[in-house]
Design a binder for this molecule. Sequence first.
Ligand code: HAM
Length: 420
Amino acid sequence: MSTFQAPKGTYDLIPPDSARFLAVREAISAPLKRSGYGYIETPGFENVELFARGVGESTDIVTKEMYAFETKGGDRLALRPEGTASVLRAALEANLHKAGNLPVKLWYSGSYYRYERPQKGRYRHFSQVGAEAIGAEDPALDAELIILANDAYRSLGLREFRILLNSLGDKECRPVYRAALQEFLRGLDLDEDTLRRAEINPLRVLDDKREAVQKQLADAPLLRDYLCDACKAYHEEVRALLTAEGVAYEDDPRLVRGLDYYTRTTFEFVHDGLGSQSAVGGGGRYDGLSEMIGGPALPSVGWALGVDRTVLALEAEGVTLELPSTTSVFAVPLGEEARRVLFAKVTELRRAGIAADFGFGSKGLKGAMKNANRSGARFTLVAGERDLAEGVVQLKDMESGEQGPVPLDSVVDVLRERLA
Ligand code: HAM
């Protein structure tokens, strides 16, 4: 029988690489935790209707990429393709918007699922860290989120990313633009599918990746020229705040995102070392989403950064994270008596907060020392019968190679001091 493999478009996170993923998640969430965002966790699946209504009935995500299924009980569910609709659903369900001050600021981290054509940087199971600020219309909030993502990436040592910024208007000005764009698209030489899309969701056509289509779109009207005064002023304020904080961005009047809920501010973080899957993160304002899923009017803004692609971006820039070794002390027992004594010592070290590991299994000294080496431990403790008779263990500094006896009773104190 052949062994199993991870499903197509997925991969396993295994040590030592998995430590980098944890470090990236930590680096992205750290600025959020310092900025009043509380942690939220929602189920990995939701009612399919939540995404259909929230993300948009005619988006690729909903029509082509969703893992939708019917349960034995007849419920129509979908593995979550993104986090915003779920987080807003949970906030509404818990009445968070009525409980205290607005905005309700939340952050999350988890797995998301899209049935996409797999390639480097595009997976069917991927990982995001995200943030949502629910229930406030304030350009400073949009700016805050963009600054926090920027700072997270910078704290990781990333430099070759760019921030693309656009405004998608609101329910006043977008319909006017939509009509103008539709009029323009009707005059082009497009295939039937694309023409149909132009009728249902013309902004989606702007996102068409085909060169032949893009060529025809060169003279397409731009939303920028249709923004109402309120949207224009709002966008100017977001831009001014970013500039004041030294966050560089590029105006991209053609930026449309793959989800339909966006209004006004939209942005994408792109990394130039990643090839075609260059978006490492994205987000924007979604002032109408709450009402779209049955809630009250709650203007909101948020983003999600892709952990997988952020790790690829680190690789592309050649950034190595400084990850402290997970094990500080490795104990190698020689003989049965020593096993019991050193096992107790390892437990004592761990309880004292020192990361320690043990030579499990019946390996000889050589094999056990190999394990000690691989663990990355700074110190090893070795003890045999003679050491125990003298009440000592041999402490070896793996960096300098120095070795000497230490009384059993003072091992924890000595190690604490030398690791400090
Ligand atoms: P999104 O742009 O669809 O936005 O996804 C955000 C990030 O998730 C992308 O920039 C990318 O790094 C990562 N990502 C998406 N799909 C894949 C995939 N198939 N494989 C690997 N990485 C992927 C959202 O999901 C919105 N919910 C963001 C948001 C939050 N807007 C407002 N609040």
